[in-house]
Design a protein around this ligand. Structure first.
Ligand code: AMP
Ligand code: MG
Length: 352
């Protein structure tokens, strides 16, 4: 199949392009589209056959459930069996936005969407293109990230084509996605609200509404029964082997310098993921550096993360050394993605 690419304005998308994409979905096809987090690969969430095509195109195992995207809260009762008061409060605060709620599955949602489970993940995305597409389609859209399973999530249309060109019907190119990491997945079916995957809504922002919020501490392997397969140990991975260095910047940066020098001497092509301002201290080394912004709540770092990792892959590095960016704000989501990209290959550096 040939993938048709339609450019759209991210704030006021052309209704003709949206209509064309909606028709593809109405015929059971696959459309990749921008959300505020990353690009999604959408199908009609009420059509089990269309949903199966998502799994086939991505090479995604059937045990990994999909997020159902709605255009407004009025559609929630069509998708879930029950809307607890806490879900209403969270919806008021965070929707549209990068928060996914795990709730009891509604009867019309095919089991393919939920990986056979009794719960369904839902959110309302804060992106004009995504909202226009869902409204034009007239049904909820099931959409995981628009990448081959286990690869880095796409934050630009070209990333989608790198992974899925020829495997999907249509791609709406609405430019780079503003948040850059996937949504926070919050379970409301656990005894206390629990973050299954940190993401675009920070733990602090959730705690301000909920009082307290748990984060699942476990990293799951494929053999476990996976409560949220985004929690698999290796996921979101670049091609090069990645090592994450955790600790204070004062301890981590000299350790990174020493490790990079040694690897370069041993003939490796070394890529470094650093914060803006770090790079000068590495100017003496034959390495390729990608630096991301660390101001404020790390929104800039989150936006640039996957593009920076893809750029290192494209530069042909054989090994990537990444610094940690802390756990405040979106730092927790960044740490989660880097830890998984490292497949557990994490070096904890003590202060001297
Ligand atoms: P993606 O859209 O590719 O970022 O993946 C969706 C994420 O949501 C994955 O981590 C899924 O495991 C998670 N997810 C989807 N549905 C559920 C559910 N019913 N319960 C728990 N996690 C879910
Ligand atoms: Mg994904």
């Amino acid at each position: 199949m040939k993938t048709l690419v339609l450019p759209v304005d991210p704030t006021t998308p052309d209704p003709v392009a949206i209509r064309q994409a909606a028709e593809v979905l109405q015929h059971g096809g696959l459309v990749a589209f921008p959300t505020e987090t990353v690009y999604g690969l959408g199908a009609n969430a009420l059509d089990a056959e269309a949903v199966q095509r998502i799994f086939a195109a991505k090479g995604r195992p059937a045990y990994d459930p999909l997020i159902v995207h709605l255009a407004g809260p009025e559609a929630l009762p069509d998708v879930v069996a029950e809307v607890p008061p806490l879900a209403e409060a969270l919806a008021t605060h965070f929707w549209p936005g990068p928060l996914t709620l795990v709730l009891p599955r509604g009867l019309h949602i095919p089991l393919a969407v939920t990986a056979g489970g009794p719960t369904v993940a839902v959110r309302i995305p804060a992106h004009p293109v995504a909202l226009a597409l869902i409204r034009a389609a007239g049904f909820p859209i099931a959409a995981p990230s628009a990448n081959r399973f286990g690869h880095l999530s796409p934050t630009q249309a070209v990333h989608v084509l790198d992974d899925l060109d020829g495997r999907i019907d249509l791609l709406l190119d609405g430019g780079p996605t503003p948040v850059g990491v996937e949504s926070t997945v919050l379970s409301l079916v656990t005894p206390a609200p629990t973050i299954l995957r940190p993401g675009g809504v920070s733990r602090e922002a959730l705690a301000a509404v909920l009082g307290q919020v748990d984060v699942t501490g476990r990293v799951f392997t494929a053999e476990d029964i996976v409560p949220s397969p985004g929690a698999l140990k290796q996921h979101y991975a670049p091609r090069a082997r990645l090592t994450l260095y955790q600790g204070t910047p004062q301890a981590v940066l000299p350790a990174l310098h020493a490790a990079a020098a040694q690897l370069a001497t041993a003939g490796q092509r070394v890529g470094l993921l650093l914060a803006e301002g770090d790079a000068v201290a590495f100017a003496d080394l034959p390495v390729i550096v990608q630096s991301i912004e660390i101001a404020g709540g790390l929104e800039g770092a989150a936006r640039q993360l996957f593009t920076a990792l893809r750029a290192l892959d494209r530069a042909g590095v054989t090994t990537i050394l990444a610094r940690d960016f802390g756990a405040r704000g979106l730092g927790l989501a960044i740490r989660d993605r880097l830890t998984r990209a490292a497949a557990g290959n994490v070096v904890k550096v003590e202060n001297a």
